[in-house]
Design a protein around this ligand. Structure first.
Ligand code: ZN
Length: 176
C-alpha cells in the first residue's frame, strides 16, 4: 500500500533558476514574485482566465479556430501555458497542486521570466498560432488581410496598453 502524499508547508516547487518556493507562499492573487535568485518570476494558475493575457474577443476567435486535443475543454489558460511550456521547456515548471486545498487551483506554472515578459511571449505565440491557422484558410483575401493587420501589430505596445487597462479595472488587486 502506498503512502498518500500529505501536502503541507514543507512542499516546495523547484524553480528553473535552481531556487524553490513553498506551496504555502502561493495564493491565487499572485501574478509574479521576487525570487532569492534576484529575478522576478511569473506565476500562473489554471484558475486564471485566459483574459489575463488576451482580450475576450481574441479568446473567442481562438476558440473558434484552434482545435484543442482534449475535446471537452475549450481553449483556456491550460492550453496557453502548454504552448509556452512547449516552446520554453527549460524556463517553465508546471506543478499539480490540486492536492493542496489551501491554494484553490489544480495546476501552477512558474516561469523564469517575469509576468510582463510572459505576457509578451503568450501573445507572440498566439499570433504565430493564428498565422498558422489563417494560412490554412485557403482564402487569399483572409490571408492578405490578416498579414496586413499583423504588420501593424506591435506586441510590446499591445501588452503595455492591455496591462495598463487591466490594472485600472482591477484596482482592488493593487496595494494602496
Ligand atoms: Zn529564481
Amino acid at each position: 500500500m502506498s503512502t498518500p502524499r500529505v501536502p503541507g508547508a514543507g512542499d516546495r516547487i523547484e524553480l528553473p533558476c535552481g531556487e524553490s518556493i513553498g506551496l504555502s507562499e502561493l495564493d491565487m492573487g499572485m501574478r509574479e514574485f521576487d525570487c532569492a535568485c534576484g529575478s522576478t518570476h511569473a506565476l500562473v494558475m489554471d484558475v486564471h482566465p485566459p483574459a489575463r493575457f488576451l482580450p475576450e474577443f481574441l479568446v473567442d476567435v481562438l476558440r473558434e479556430t484552434v482545435e484543442t486535443t482534449d475535446e471537452a475543454e475549450e481553449l483556456g489558460t491550460v492550453h496557453l501555458m502548454g504552448i509556452v511550456l512547449e516552446e520554453f521547456p527549460d524556463a517553465v515548471v508546471a506543478e499539480d497542486v490540486s492536492e493542496d486545498g489551501d491554494i484553490g487551483c489544480g495546476l501552477v506554472w512558474i516561469t523564469d521570466f517575469d509576468a510582463r515578459r510572459l505576457h509578451e511571449i503568450v501573445v507572440e505565440l498566439i499570433v504565430d498560432l493564428m498565422e498558422h491557422a489563417v494560412s490554412h484558410a485557403n482564402d487569399e483575401d483572409t490571408i492578405t488581410e490578416f498579414e496586413a493587420e499583423m504588420r501593424e501589430f506591435d506586441v510590446s505596445e499591445f501588452v503595455d496598453v492591455y496591462r495598463a487597462e487591466r490594472d485600472l479595472e482591477g484596482e482592488h488587486d493593487t496595494a494602496v
